[in-house]
Design a protein around this ligand. Structure first.
Ligand code: SF4
Length: 332
């Protein structure tokens, strides 16, 4: 069914709820779809089940409301594809597709490529279009290829802000279908490919330039390199928790004479970080916290590889990725 402009297969969730006689349903929707929560809730309630909606932000399948999950018989998680299989018996993942036609932007991207072999990838909202995009490119003489699924993604060609595994198919150029700049920028930074971003919503087709991003990040790394007290943020969210990485970075910081504090945290927000009184923090949680939200913070927020550069143990910039399905184990 069409909800807020997205095709959402809520019927599948309704079938499961009815078949299993579920009495209490938790609903989690991403922020972009939060306004649809009353409508979704009303539809589910028609099965006779009671509905509890998570009011907390939700950024991905990594971000399951575990507390709500423990209070209900079944969670309906909308907008993302399954990531943590260990949680799957309690959670039904219902993806949200954008119905926009990608044909025009895919065709207009053809002239941008200089190589005959091109990787094609997209986000979950457009993953159902990947085959038609590949077909369009092949009909124009381009050997379009895609990879995946991966431990963190369910669809061929699907990438996340933290995982570009599906794009690593041995090409030097890539076509990204989707909205926003973060994913195509991440794609280029993570793989080193020349990336053309085609946005079916705005109709824009453009080459991604990473120079400004790198200049900006090296400025933040330089600010953090003098920091004496440094926090290592470990996320409570199941698919963002990287305890092994956090411990390794803490040891590294101490070996370089820094005062280190490991901080276990759910919602990473500027006021909470400010209250800790640290000179800088390293986020081992979602890479977007350091890379997308940095202007909101009064202290430098680094990714793990950026921290290594700040300490002088890494010379080359690499993009932070989380490639495990469900974070990392709790201890080394
Ligand atoms: S950790 Fe990955 S999947 Fe989770 S919100 Fe960040 S980019 Fe998305």
């Amino acid at each position: 069914m069409l909800i807020s402009g997205y095709e959402i297969d809520l019927e599948r969730a309704l079938r499961i709820i009815k078949r299993a006689g579920v009495r209490r349903v938790g609903v989690q929707v991403p922020d972009g779809l939060k306004r649809s929560a009353p409508e979704i809730s009303r539809i589910i309630e028609e099965t006779g089940a009671e509905v509890l909606v998570s009011g907390d932000p939700c950024y991905g399948a990594c971000d399951i409301d575990l507390q709500l999950c423990s209070m209900v018989d079944l969670m309906v998680h909308i907008g993302h594809s399954e990531m943590c299989e260990s949680l799957s018996d309690r959670i039904v993942y219902i993806e949200a597709r954008m119905p926009d036609d990608v044909t025009d932007v895919a065709k207009r991207s053809i002239g941008f490529f200089t190589k005959s072999r091109v990787a094609v990838c997209t986000t979950i909202q457009h993953a159902h279009t990947i085959d038609s995009v590949i077909e369009i490119m092949r009909s124009h003489g381009i050997e379009a290829i895609t990879g995946g699924p991966s431990p963190r993604t369910r669809h061929r060609g699907q990438v996340l802000g933290c995982c570009y595994a599906a794009a690593r198919v041995g090409a030097e150029e890539a076509l990204f279908i989707g909205t926003g700049r973060f994913h195509p920028l991440g794609l280029s930074m993570a793989t080193g490919m020349r990336v053309i971003a085609a946005d079916p919503l705005t109709g824009s087709v453009e080459e991604i330039d990473t120079h400004d991003f790198l200049r900006w990040r090296y400025g933040i790394i330089a600010r953090a390199s003098d920091a004496k007290s440094i926090g290592i943020l470990i996320s409570k969210k199941p698919g963002q928790r990287r305890c092994v990485t956090a411990k390794r970075l803490s040891s590294l910081g101490r070996s370089k004479g820094r005062s280190m504090l490991e901080v276990y945290i759910d919602r990473i927000e500027p006021e909470r970080i400010l209250d800790l009184g640290l000179d800088a923090v390293v986020s081992t949680a979602c890479p977007r916290i350091a890379l997308d939200d940095a202007p909101r913070y009064s202290v430098p927020v680094l990714t793990p590889p950026e921290f290594e550069i700040a300490l002088g143990v890494r010379s080359e910039y690499i993009f932070d990725e989380i490639l495990d399905a469900c974070g990392e184990p709790d201890s080394t």
